[in-house]
Design a protein around this ligand. Sequence first.
Ligand code: F1X
Length: 310
Amino acid sequence: MIYTLTANPAIDYNIACDGLTANTVTRTRNAVYTPNGKGLNVSFTLDHYGVDTTILGFFAGFSGEFIVKGAEALGVPVKPVWTDGITRVNVFLNAGPDTEYNMVNAGAAINEANEQEMFELIDSLDDMTCLVISGSLPPNTSEGFLAEVLRRVKAKGAEFVLDISSHQLADLIALEPLLIKPNDDELLDIFGIKVSGGDDESVKGAMAELHAKGAKNVLLTLGGAGAYFSNGEHIWFANRTFDVKLLSTVCAGDSSLAAFLSVWHDAPERVEDALRLSMATGANVVECPGLGDFAKVDEYKKHIEVRQVC
Ligand SMILES: O=P(O)(O)OC[C@@]1(O)O[C@H](CO)[C@@H](O)[C@@H]1O
């Protein structure tokens, strides 16, 4: 079973308006409230593609209940650790063509007892084969929280995937994650490695460095400019050959990761199929508020180009 851990979940509140002006009332429309957070988005997408998954996370207050009930209503089980406070609501405003405002809050603080409960919960999960850890950490998370989670996951013989933008990734990579999914900005910010889309040589160097540091596999996403995947032996590049009607890039990275995993996790030789599904899924998600319904993925898959770089 693939579990996901979202230490800092959120209700995503998507709204739209025509332009945003200070000191005046802005009437918004198309309000959509959905249960989210990066790992939840991964689980929802895995579930959509028929992969068994369960959500782990810290949840608090009425908004935490909304998320847990919402996920369960979608048919994805949740094992929550309840904390004090109110789980955050993040606001994603589309203010016109190519104009997104993403307002992401800090989240509800956790404490040592909450962390301990999460450790014990993880210890009790005998069917965990892989844990996907995604997103930010809530206020007050202890410095060693993620390392301790990973120690316990490894003690079970399970693998783990990291999709975090924290600088802790620079140390945690040494614990040999099955997969990391940085984007180009995170690569520069966390590892000081600069890559340019389309410049295969810069990517080859970056991948070699990330493998040397401990990553078993790397999915490097470049937003609308495609993605590279490296398994330490070969590198592939995938990109779409069509334009999308961009509404919101929120959730696109999470759904791309999950779509990739839904194929590759059990069939690592099917890299090209995994990349095609991943790119098609991301392209469909950016056209929707939140994750959307994946309705165009089959069509989009036909228009993804994949080439082996080396
Ligand atoms: O603050 P984090 O955890 O980095 O990001 C949280 C978040 O912005 O990421 C998801 C999209 O990737 C949203 O569903 C969610 O609100």
